[in-house]
Design a protein around this ligand. Sequence first.
Ligand SMILES: NC(=O)c1ccc[n+]([C@@H]2O[C@H](COP(=O)([O-])OP(=O)(O)OC[C@H]3O[C@@H](n4cnc5c(N)ncnc54)[C@H](O)[C@@H]3O)[C@@H](O)[C@H]2O)c1
Length: 440
Amino acid sequence: MKIAVVGTGYVGLVAGACLAETGNDVVCADIDQGKIDRLKRGEIPIYEPGLEPLVQRNLEQHRLTFTTDVARAVRESYVVFIAVGTPPGGDGSADLQHVLSVARTIGRAMDGERIVITKSTVPVGTARKVREVIESETDHPVHVCSNPEFLKEGAAVDDFMYPDRVVIGVDHPRAEQVLRELYAPFMRREHNFLVMDVPSAEITKYAANSMLATRISFMNAIARLCEETGADVDAVRRGVGSDDRIGSAFLFPGIGYGGSCFPKDVQALIRTMRELGAPSGILEAVESVNEAQKRILGERIIRRFGEDLTGRRFAVWGLAFKPRTDDMREAPSLATIEMLLARGAEIVAHDPEAMAEARRILGDRIGYRELPYDALEGADALVIHTEWQPFQHPDLGRMRAALTSPVIFDGRNLYRPERMAEAGFEYHSIGRAPVGKATD
Ligand SMILES: NC(=O)c1ccc[n+]([C@@H]2O[C@H](COP(=O)([O-])OP(=O)(O)OC[C@H]3O[C@@H](n4cnc5c(N)ncnc54)[C@H](O)[C@@H]3O)[C@@H](O)[C@H]2O)c1
């Protein structure tokens, strides 16, 4: 099948490469000339495991091409996926300018029937708007469907190749048939191909992300209660999550959710609910718990070392909002870093993949080290933001020796408090009593 994917970010590039891998002719279009130039050379602008060989193989076999000419991509294809960004607008609602601008280009370029699929996360009613814009530019028939994407950064290729489920919202049997064919190679269980009306598909994406965000904020609120009472949130988490009706996923307490999806999708859903008069209080609470949680490490450090942090140095392990990605959008690490910098502290950071991205955002306001132990040299404390695998079993003796005082603020509960106390650390984590007392 001839397919255009418009927008070659995390979602568009992964979708385009995976659809090419199953034999389709895919042209990926983006207005970012630099990105397209790099992709044509087989260079991947993002860190995403498994994506580079997939793109290179399909480039070499001419099933995958890249262009900045969106109109040409539309003319050459029967199916057009819209996968451009939908960043938050000033009021929290999803900014649809990129989606609607692509819709206009599609309408102007169409020279026959097309199936247009919104893969970007868009508020309920957007497919209708896309159709109106396209139909205002052309008389050719168009079927606009919704196919929200559920991939996770860090596991995006696997998620696309072996999805839990595929949701499509369609208003025409032809569109359903085409999407069924496209996704057939990826479906291990046919009943996980969920066909529904378009508004339900659009809402499903926001409801799913908001449910996951709710679980995280709920557990972070319980973690606060544990801290007040001397309970251990990890024990509570196990006790709660072993109920089959609840399940154990997304119950880990931490320093709040970040990334390019949860914060903006929760905000956008709140906005839509308010506009339509649906009760949004539950999600407002989710968001406010999260905002408070992102500041928790910074507040603890200030309580421990005082308001004036001039002359203090802090090591940071982990900058990305989660492991296996270099994405720093809305990363909780940024909240801690800004709080400490504002009080005169010096910060030296290490992240296995996100340092180039951090440099782009923070420049030389912080220092960077290629090796995790180098970041600890002369630091007053270590602050952990991301649960990267290499941080799970560090050499505690080496850590102690490198730090000026053996103090750790762990936002991801990577270590057992008793073990850290035995090893001579003052150790602060989330939802568990602090242990040890360092002399500085
Ligand atoms: N990143 C994720 O994990 C994820 C997961 C599921 C859904 N989504 C949703 O998918 C959408 C895309 O997300 P992303 O993370 O891939 O975004 P991204 O910011 O990484 O990429 C978006 C791309 O669209 C391009 N673009 C913008 N306007 C364009 C136009 N008019 N024509 C052509 N290209 C244009 C940009 O240059 C950019 O390369 C969003 O709606 C997002 O919410 C993202």
